[in-house]
Design a protein around this ligand. Structure first.
Ligand SMILES: [Zn+2]
Length: 276
């Protein structure tokens, strides 16, 4: 019963929650003595197969949060191997290098990981402006929070962070798409998201009426069927007179200037318009 309950809670739980659930403190101690449970910090126990990053965050006196937690929820964040945690303690007891500590004026929940709204607030502050908007777009797109819930979540942050909400577009299908959209708008290139084109379906971004930009994530485009479909769409686009530029994660995140130049090169010679 105790182990099943703990397993359902993701393998980590506070004694307070287990006792409130009706488990006797002596039963918890007996499970620890048997080696079924590990005491990871005063008042906290975990199963052996619990998420090691979440355990490390508890040991440091916080909760897994920010990029680490949102990535586990399928929200787009910039890839980062560090363990991002939030704590309210003045000094976090860091057990390893590669831990990023965040603080917000919000109490920590009883749960073993941070709440999504608090994690979003941390992630907005933790990332560059474009990446932060990409995360907000992703939260909206997945229906995890509404725009007004996001505004509430960002209340503890300075105004400049809350202003990022004006740049969001919940129709964006990926963080890469958001970053390209913002990068182009920053250079005053007009761009539309998720445009439907007969015979092609939805394209990620359309500049002018002729330049299609597709940003390819491995999840949807790395399968044989996805690969085949992309080639079909490219042929159809070419036959309809479109120009298609495809960018990868690496292109957008680490070689953006070169991608931008390729786009601006076409825009400067009016190649994005049909009637030139
Ligand atoms: Zn962070």
């Amino acid at each position: 019963m105790l182990l099943e309950r703990l397993s359902r809670l993701g393998g980590i739980c506070s004694r307070v929650v287990l006792i409130a659930d009706g488990h006797h403190p002596r039963a918890i101690d007996a499970a620890i003595r048997r080696g079924d449970l590990t005491r990871i910090r005063k008042g906290w126990v975990a199963l052996e197969n619990a998420d090691s990053a979440a355990v490390a965050a508890i040991r440091a006196g916080g909760r897994l949060s920010c990029l680490s937690l949102l990535a586990r929820s399928g929200v787009w964040v910039l890839h980062d191997d560090s363990i991002h945690l939030r704590t309210t303690a003045k000094r976090a007891r860091l057990s390893a290098d590669g831990m990023r500590v965040h603080r917000l004026v919000l109490p920590l929940a009883e749960a073993a990981v941070d709440t999504v709204p608090a994690a979003v607030a941390c992630a907005v502050r933790c990332q560059s402006m474009f990446d932060a908007v990409a995360t907000l777009d992703s939260v909206l797109n997945r229906g995890l929070m509404t725009r007004s819930q996001l505004l509430d979540a960002l209340t503890p942050l300075p105004q400049r962070h809350r202003d990022l909400l004006t740049l969001t577009d919940g129709s964006a299908q990926s963080g890469l798409e958001t970053k390209v959209r913002l990068g182009l708008r920053y250079r005053r290139v007009k761009v539309r998201s998720q445009v439907w084109i007969p015979g092609l379906g939805r394209v990620d971004l359309l500049v002018g009426d002729r330049l299609i930009i597709e940003v390819d994530g491995y999840q949807t485009h790395g399968t044989p069927a996805g690969f085949q479909e992309d080639r079909r769409r490219d042929r159809e686009a070419a036959s309809q007179g479109y120009i298609v530029l495809r960018f990868t994660y690496w292109d957008v995140c680490y070689d953006w200037e070169r991608c931008l130049e390729a786009i601006l090169d076409i825009v400067r010679r009016d190649g994005h318009r049909r009637s030139h």
